[in-house]
Design a binder for this molecule. Structure first.
Ligand SMILES: *[C@@H]1O[C@H](CO)[C@@H](O)[C@H](O)[C@H]1NC(C)=O
Ligand SMILES: *[C@@H]1O[C@H](CO)[C@@H](O)[C@H](O)[C@H]1NC(C)=O
Length: 270
């Protein structure tokens, strides 16, 4: 019996040039069609799921003055996505999510002014006003001490009681820089803006830490040395849910796969 050998289609055709030209034009045509957005990119079909991933955080932000008093606060649903289409396919379903509420990088605030969970910076977020969040166990943030060290720096200690996941952002102001801290055995990798993610188990003691700031230039007295933002993330239990968040998530079309949680974000200056 002669063995059957598989043979490529391309060897059977008289002219490879013509085959390549046809395949090339099919590729170009599809590329143009896909680039024009003619095909809907998402699907909720279980056989070929193509979900649109979005993050929805119900947040309350509070901004404090140098003397600790509350300067302003706002609350809303912060919506972020992971792909270049943004909200263009969602806006027809939920008209309130449109470019009028897209946030711009607030780069004068620690981590652009929003309680990020990841250090990756989203291209753009949408911030839809919503009622305040009211976790049953709100974060307790406290300044323990502030002292001038012998070597001319300012050492500030803090204590935090809060949920299992918290993030801390440190942003020294112009003329000041971080020169030490209690994290990672005191090893300070960089003295600019820093992000610390902290998580703990049940019954953990209060989180205490200190930072040390070197003042190299005249910092303006009304600005202070550093902006510090502390975020509490609530993922589970009743603190991880809210009525505005639940009813908002129900409005998404079926092909949207959302991750949602509740956060509070406090900015302090020292
Ligand atoms: C705190 O500072 C703000 C202005 O930054 C001022 O309006 C307020 O009276 C101050 N509060 C106290 C207790 O000093
Ligand atoms: C865009 O969003 C804003 C705020 O959510 C809303 O008031 C407005 O009606 C929306 N615009 C359109 C065209 O739906």
């Amino acid at each position: 019996m002669p063995k059957r050998l598989p043979i490529h289609f391309i060897y059977l055709s008289r002219s490879t040039k013509r085959v390549l030209a046809v395949l090339g034009s099919v590729f170009t045509l599809m590329f143009v069609l896909v680039s024009c957005g003619l095909f809907f990119p998402f699907s909720a079909e279980l056989s070929s799921p193509r979900p649109k991933r979005v993050f929805v955080q119900h947040i309350t932000r509070s901004f404090h003055t140098l003397n600790g008093s509350l300067q302003s606060s706002d609350s809303g649903l912060c919506i972020s996505d992971l792909d270049y289409t943004g909200m263009q396919h969602i806006t027809p379903h939920i008209p309130q999510i449109n470019d009028s509420i897209s946030t711009h990088c607030q780069d004068w605030l620690p981590y652009y002014g929003f309680p990020r969970f990841f250090t990756l910076q989203f291209l753009k977020s949408w911030y839809l006003p919503a009622p305040e969040v009211s976790p049953k166990a709100p974060i307790e943030f406290q300044l323990l001490s502030r002292q001038q060290t012998q070597w001319g720096t300012v050492k500030i200690s803090f204590e935090v009681k809060g949920p299992s996941h918290m993030s801390l952002y440190l942003r020294p102001h112009a003329g000041a820089s971080l020169s030490g801290w209690s994290f990672g055995g005191g090893m300070l990798r960089r003295s600019g803006e820093s992000f610390i993610f902290y998580s703990h188990g049940l019954d953990a003691p209060a989180w205490t830490f200190w930072i040390e700031i070197r003042v190299s230039l005249n910092v303006s007295p009304e600005e202070g040395l550093i902006s510090l933002a502390i975020t509490a993330h609530y993922f589970s239990g009743s603190d991880g849910r809210s009525e505005p968040l639940e009813s908002f998530l129900k409005r998404f079309p079926a092909w949207v796969f959302s991750s949602s949680w509740i956060s509070t974000y406090h900015v302090y200056r020292y």
